[in-house]
Design a protein around this ligand. Structure first.
Ligand SMILES: [Zn+2]
Length: 337
């Protein structure tokens, strides 16, 4: 029973099952929530549940020919649209419009999943909107996005939003263990990978690699020691950061560390390591020292980081951007107070 196996997303799972069981399927759904928490998986399970001839209590059987075809993306009434080079173009929307112009072949409806829907470019979003404005009983859309605020309000208003939440540490450990990754790495690594994941399965899997974990520990440590450190140290760190394998993880670490320091600087933290509001566990000592810089410099850093993160989408020179950022952090004591 695929939907039943969706861990950590009880609200979404319950509502999707209810839609299948009651037959009240909205013309357009929008799954929102952080990256790597199961939105795409839930969408596939939902399509299985809608198409499965043996479905029971709003869930698919998971092993009939129809369920297997959906899983392999070979089901004739199902189309998956994914960004190409960080964009969903109008040609792709035209293709999906062509796909839904035909009646369902085997099932009761045709379903289109659009991954990373916030990457629809303007003409594509306009074209999709026209389709969403003329809903059809035999067509359903499922849009997935971790940045749905970037979608046009007109598109948002046509979709029923379904929130997905960050996964808890124990849930991530449970999923990793279930995927039999557990056999290859020790129990301790699963726990630590989960602790560093920020509730994202993608990151948790990334952190199962001991090298990645070690690099990130060293990186956060070096960053925490930057204020008051030499400009040479800032340049070295920029060099390393620009060569690291996952920018998504890198930005997540910096964002999380700065988030935690803001809590300390504003006195909103609770004493001790186990404060659930903290993004990174086990770093309270370093975070507290860093927070002594004061709220204003920290706000500036967060702003600067945001600009770099946005810039990476338009191919900004990351090494230069990190050099400027880390040098500012190194000299924050001189300029910030
Ligand atoms: Zn089935």
């Amino acid at each position: 029973m695929p939907l039943a196996e969706l861990l950590g997303q009880d609200l979404a799972r319950t509502r999707l099952s209810f839609m299948v069981e009651s037959g009240r399927v909205p013309p357009a759904l929008l799954f929102v929530g952080p990256q790597g928490v199961g939105k795409a998986l839930a969408a596939l399970f939902f399509v299985q549940a809608l198409s499965c001839p043996k479905r029971d209590e709003g869930d698919a059987c998971g092993h009939c020919p129809s369920c297997l075809q959906v899983q392999r993306q070979l089901y004739p009434d199902f189309l998956m649209v994914e960004p190409e080079k960080r964009q969903i173009k109008i040609e792709q929307v035209r293709e999906l419009q062509d796909f839904i112009s035909f009646a369902p072949v085997v099932g009761e409806r045709r379903v289109v999943i659009i991954k990373d829907a916030h990457l629809l470019n303007q003409p594509a979003a306009n074209a999709l909107l026209k389709t969403l404005e003329e809903p059809c009983a035999t067509v359903s859309f499922i849009l997935l996005s971790h940045r749905h605020n970037l979608l046009p309000a007109t598109v948002l208003s046509r979709c029923l939003m379904l929130p997905f939440v960050s996964l808890s540490g124990p849930t991530i450990v449970q999923i990793l263990a279930r995927q039999r990754v557990k056999g290859e790495v020790g129990e301790v690594d699963l726990e630590e990978a989960a602790a560093w994941s920020g509730g994202s399965m993608e990151r948790a899997i990334f952190f199962l690699d001991v090298e990645n974990l070690r690099w990130c520990r060293d990186f956060v440590n070096s960053f925490s020691l930057l204020p008051g450190n030499s400009l040479r140290a800032a340049l070295d760190l920029a060099e390393e950061a620009s060569q690291f394998g996952s920018l998504e993880v890198l930005f997540f670490l910096l964002r999380s560390f700065l988030h935690d320091t803001m809590l300390y600087a504003q006195g909103l933290h609770v004493q001790g390591d186990e404060n659930p509001a903290l993004s990174l566990s086990g770093w309270s000592g370093k975070v507290e020292a860093f927070a002594n810089l004061g709220v204003q410099p920290l706000l500036l850093m967060r702003q600067q980081l945001l600009v770099i993160e946005r810039g990476q989408a338009v191919n900004v020179n990351l090494k230069l951007a990190f050099e400027a950022f880390f040098m500012d952090v190194a000299t924050a004591y001189c300029s910030g107070q």
